[in-house]
Design a protein around this ligand. Structure first.
Ligand code: AMP
Length: 361
């Protein structure tokens, strides 16, 4: 792929904070951005050249986006696949829509991963309460019931511990009567993620694994370095690169893992986009995950992933954003706010990265 000349326009489907940070990174490399997002004055549009205010599957809007852009990417994995495929017939779309297909359905995702030799939690499809009882019995009464599609930040999930027998009547209805999956409960020691990238030429890169802590199903902190051995870090990177290769992927991916007591890994999920657990890269690396993604989809060389500091990234959820002025008074903090006017409980308003010791490479 010939590198995209500066002054070209990159289309981004989705106008949240990830789109915003992608648009900012694109601007630094001399590119314009156009955002497709139904909500007017979204975080991404505030820093982009243009917003098309329309639904993600609006055919005319997608054609308009294709018309004005040299390449199109997306900031969330629930972009309708049909729309992405139609778009890909008009303009290069990276990451490839196949990655969306895999990531949108937890069962398809696990089947794909297991099919390429990457282990996940054991799982069973659940479409009714009887299937739930049978699957729970198989997993000795422990499991996490999740919607197969459209789940994020722990939404649409229910945890079962030591629950066998009957008494599940109404559970599937309470989950919205949508296709579900029961995952075996993983007694993980910790959770980590790897942000990896594949360039248009097939070149690979990866940042150090982050150790993640969730609160109420939402990412709370990402800490570097993760408390894992070198072999576990290597296995995580290798798995991420295998996924990228198999999907003929171009761009940045986030891969979340459970680390078991013996250091072995199970993939929890993949996110075919830049990822919250990679926000620390903007503060502790020369090339952030956002610039890395833009480089990849623009056919530019991938950037240096070396981490220069130990660090902890923390999300500012809801009213935690009020801490911003106090955080700015601390010299070791790098703050990033998303331009969201209204703070609501559970809403990601910003994040900050506290830098620790230099890595002394
Ligand atoms: P998810 O939306 O799948 O990323 O799940 C949100 C969080 O729930 C994960 O980060 C874990 O902390 C926890 N979790 C999810 N699946 C499992 C599982 N199968 N076993 C144990 N904990 C889980």
């Amino acid at each position: 792929m010939t590198p995209l000349p500066p002054d070209s326009t990159i289309g981004i489907i989705g106008g949240g904070q990830l789109g915003r940070m992608l648009a900012m990174a694109a601007a630094r490399l001399g590119y314009h951005t156009a955002i497709l997002e139904p909500q007017a004055d979204c975080p991404a549009a505030q820093v982009a050249d243009r917003q098309i205010v329309a639904a993600y599957d609006d055919t005319a809007a997608l054609a308009d986006l294709a018309d004005g852009c040299a390449v199109v990417t997306y900031e969330f994995e629930n972009v309708p696949v049909a729309g992405a495929n139609a778009l890909a017939a008009l303009v290069p779309v990276f990451p490839p829509p196949r990655a969306l297909e895999v990531a949108q359905d937890r069962m398809v995702e696990k089947q794909f991963l297991n099919g390429i030799g990457i282990p996940t939690a054991h799982f069973a499809p659940v479409d009714d309460d009887d299937q739930l009882a049978a699957a729970l019995a198989r997993f000795h009464g422990n499991g996490v019931l999740k919607t197969r599609r459209m789940g994020y930040d722990g939404k649409g999930q229910r945890v079962f511990r030591n629950m066998t027998g009957s008494g599940f009547s109404g559970t599937c209805e309470a989950m919205g009567n949508v296709p579900l999956i029961l995952e075996d409960f993983v007694p993980f020691e910790r959770e980590i993620s790897v942000i990896a990238a594949r360039g248009a030429d097939g070149g690979l890169a990866a940042y150090d694994p982050a150790e993640n802590v969730h609160r109420d199903g939402i990412l709370h902190t990402s800490t570097l370095p993760a408390r894992i051995g070198a072999a576990t870090a290597e296995a995580a990177r290798t798995a991420a690169w295998k996924i990228l290769g198999e999907l003929d992927y171009v761009g940045v991916i986030g891969v979340e893992f459970f680390v078991l007591e013996d250091g072995s890994l199970l993939v929890n999920e993949i996110a075919p986009r830049v990822h919250n657990s990679g926000h620390w890269t903007e503060a502790a690396c020369t090339v952030s995950q956002f610039e890395q993604h833009i480089r990849a989809i623009a056919g530019l060389p991938l950037g240096w992933t070396q981490r220069h500091f130990d660090c902890v990234m923390e999300n500012l959820i809801g009213d935690e954003v009020l801490k911003a002025p106090a955080l700015l008074a601390q010299p070791d903090v790098v703050l990033h706010l998303y331009g969201k006017a209204e703070s609501r409980p559970g809403r990601k308003m910003g994040h900050f990265t506290r830098l620790g010791s230099p890595t002394g490479r």
